[in-house]
Ligand binder design. Sequence first.
Ligand SMILES: *[C@@H]1O[C@H](CO)[C@@H](O)[C@H](O)[C@H]1NC(C)=O
Ligand SMILES: *[C@@H]1O[C@H](CO)[C@@H](O)[C@H](O)[C@H]1NC(C)=O
Ligand SMILES: *[C@@H]1O[C@H](CO)[C@@H](O)[C@H](O)[C@H]1NC(C)=O
Length: 368
Amino acid sequence: MRAVAFLLLLLCATCHIALSFTDGLLPNGNFELGPKPSDMKGTEVIGPHAIPEWETSGFIEYIKAGQKQGDMLLVVPEGAFAVRLGNEASIKQRVKVIKGMYYSITFSAARTCAQEERLNISVAPDWGVLPMQTLYSSNGWDSYAWAFQADYDVIEIVIHNPGVEEDPACGPLIDSVAFRALYPPRPSSKNLLKNGGFEEGPYVFPNTSWGVLIPPNIEDDHSPLPGWMVESLKAVKYIDSDHFSVPQEKRAVELVAGKESAIAQVARTIPGKTYALSFSVGDASNSCEGSMVVEAFAGRDTIKVPYESKGKGGFKRAVLRFVAVSNRTRIMFLSTFYTMRSDDYASLCGPVLDDVKLLSLRTPPRHI
Ligand SMILES: *[C@@H]1O[C@H](CO)[C@@H](O)[C@H](O)[C@H]1NC(C)=O
Ligand SMILES: *[C@@H]1O[C@H](CO)[C@@H](O)[C@H](O)[C@H]1NC(C)=O
Ligand SMILES: *[C@@H]1O[C@H](CO)[C@@H](O)[C@H](O)[C@H]1NC(C)=O
């Protein structure tokens, strides 16, 4: 009897890592399975293995939705539980993957104090520090994406709070952590840009309605939005048709931070040839109203595309024709203005960009 139980235990210990992970919430990725009462002191989690599937270090709190912090009621987006990372605390989980493949991680986090907070997410040897100082959604929660290439068959995802706040009750809350294999698309004869429709990208939580932030300073070889770089200081928001209005197919980006966030891609071009850069500009049907302008750049050429948003969805197409002056042309988009949602005046929003195509045009016939 004992031997059978042991065998079952052995089988089950390997079952969730036997298959490599491709898509979805990590095991206990929403922290719904909590520590035993004996592994807790108040809200503090005692011991590194108290939360099923996770290993923790430092001051970790297990938070129940509806719990109060001062006069603030803590909300939890998925299920009823989340964790809080105190100063220098971290959570980690091992995941079986396919060596060499690209993956993106999406997680939801909330700031709880006024101070600037950051999270360091790492999968050795890569890491990225994601700033959380700007709120994009009014309930305090945002989802963030980060990508890496797997150097090993089993990787360890670590989320660390490098903060040194005076108040130990400060420190970000983490809820859902999910994962998705990325299949970086290639340019084709139909589009010289990769992933022009933004269809390939990070995991989007089905139960959250605030999209996923693609953080700033993302290089294209490790972008959660394959093919695209996010430049400058602020994030762009990745949105899907289940929760927003999207011009084409299922996914698009919302330029939420005015001139402070730009999305870019470098295309191969032939000097002297004429190209057409076409794209859709619209709104996400998220109460983001007003006069918007998307600026598109192709090398030194630029176009400003105005769009009047009623915040109820819709889009228009625009084209920028240009003659390439180099064998590499940098394509870039940004929003000229900042916009706030009319329903809460606290969340940044902006125009939606989708269906970006770059095509080479036949040289027009010369006049004789
Ligand atoms: C982030 O975490 C990684 C892995 O632990 C570490 O090597 C790196 O130095 C950290 N970066 C910062 C800025 O804390
Ligand atoms: C998402 O919401 C649905 C309906 O409210 C619920 O049945 C489901 O369990 C939720 N999914 C997760 C992962 O929480
Ligand atoms: C592209 O142009 C640069 C200089 O502008 C040159 O060094 C490089 O060899 C060119 N690459 C190709 C593939 O033509």
